[in-house]
Design a protein around this ligand. Structure first.
Ligand SMILES: Nc1ncnc2c1ncn2[C@@H]1O[C@H](COP(=O)(O)OP(=O)(O)OP(=O)(O)O)[C@@H](O)[C@H]1O
Length: 342
């Protein structure tokens, strides 16, 4: 059997803080993504989604350190690569798109110049050939007057057009893996939908694997094959998208779903009484004992305050970290059987 394109294996990441202490922000994270698959990582702000995704490209700051684990891309551990080897992989085999398109665009160069540079960096195309390819890429991302956009500076474009230009740069080298970190959060709703459709269409044509970071379950519903739900640095639930939306198992996932505006409207809630999960994600250096979610959970029992639930099997291709799904008394019995289905 061929290895999945991306395998993150028991990855833990810490940051050194100003007072010299280390804080773990991603703990024991494992996931796999096959060729052509879209995997969404979802959770509230501060759950560790961006740190996890940026670690794939080793884009974390100097105060970040890997505590354990591997990130394998086509079977090779990226954490063992030199900076030189990584430079070759970044932007060519693996590309990243951020929430804010200006993070990738330089305001002092035209869109065409930047696109041609991206093309020259990762392919043999030069001069006229690079220009024609740039125009073709802009057309592919839905820009209808590519020639005039080529001569424009980024600030002359709308947010949606800028993000399209960034996507054109990202796909120039035909990457096998595209990491998209909240790519539509800065855009208004109709443009968001267009950009998501664009990513889907490009993926269908190229077979690119997408790791999509979002706090928005609406985006997950639109895009995901597989979903990883993160809370306070840990995976709390992992499932294929259909099973997750059919039957969310973790109270946190259920809370995120109840907070989805479309579901609330369908249930007849009015805007003043939008449901949300009470409380906030705890600070990672002051985590509660036991389950990290227990201080916000409607189903907290004594065991939740005492000990951390494991991420256990809960049916086919499903994992959940909750004592309700895998009761403490069942753990020893089921440990050798690989967890308890609910
Ligand atoms: N450079 C850094 N130094 C110290 N801590 C950091 C650094 N970058 C991120 N963190 C911390 O890591 C934790 C996870 O952050 P991360 O950005 O991954 O969360 P997120 O789920 O992507 O949320 P958001 O949607 O707000 O970006 C947060 O507590 C954050 O403060």
């Amino acid at each position: 059997m061929t290895a999945p394109l991306l395998e993150i294996d028991r990855l833990s990441i810490g940051f050194k803080t100003d007072n010299g202490q280390a804080v773990t922000v991603v703990e024991d994270l494992s996931l796999t993504a096959a060729e052509g698959e879209t995997i969404c990582i979802v959770g509230e702000s501060g759950s560790g989604k961006s740190v996890a995704s940026q670690s794939i490209m080793r884009l974390l700051g100097e105060n970040a350190f890997i505590q354990q684990g591997e990130i394998r891309f086509k079977g090779d551990n990226l954490l063992n690569k030199s900076e030189k080897e990584l430079r070759r992989i970044r932007g060519k085999d693996i590309a990243i798109i951020f929430q804010e398109p200006m993070a990738a665009l330089n305001p002092v160069f035209t869109v065409g110049h930047q696109l041609r540079e991206a093309i020259k960096l990762h392919s043999k195309r030069k001069g006229r050939e690079a220009k024609e390819y740039a125009i073709d890429l802009l057309r592919r991302v839905g820009i209808s007057r590519p020639e005039s956009i080529m001569n424009g500076y980024p600030h002359t474009l709308s947010g949606g057009m800028k993000q399209r230009a960034v996507i054109a740069m990202a796909i120039a080298s035909k990457p096998q893996l595209l990491i998209a970190d909240e790519p539509t959060t800065a855009l208004d709703v109709t443009v968001q939908a267009q950009i998501l459709q664009l990513l889907k269409r490009l993926q269908e044509g190229s077979g690119t694997t997408i790791v999509l970071i979002t706090h928005d379950l609406g985006v997950v519903a639109e895009m995901a094959d597989k979903v990883v739900v993160m809370y306070a640095g840990q995976i709390v639930e992992q499932a294929d998208a259909e099973s997750l939306f059919d039957r969310p198992l973790h109270p946190y996932t259920q809370g995120l779903m109840h907070a989805m505006p479309s579901l609330q409207k369908a249930a007849g809630a009015n805007d003043e009484r939008l449901l949300s999960i009470p409380g906030t994600v705890p600070a990672l250096n002051r985590l509660p004992q036991g389950c990290r979610f227990h201080t916000r959970c409607a189903y907290t029992q004594e065991c939740c305050k005492q000990s951390t639930p494991p991420l256990a099997a809960a049916g086919e291709n499903r994992l959940v970290r909750c004592w309700l799904a895998v009761p403490p008394t069942g753990i020893e019995q089921n440990a050798t059987a690989g967890g308890n289905a609910i």
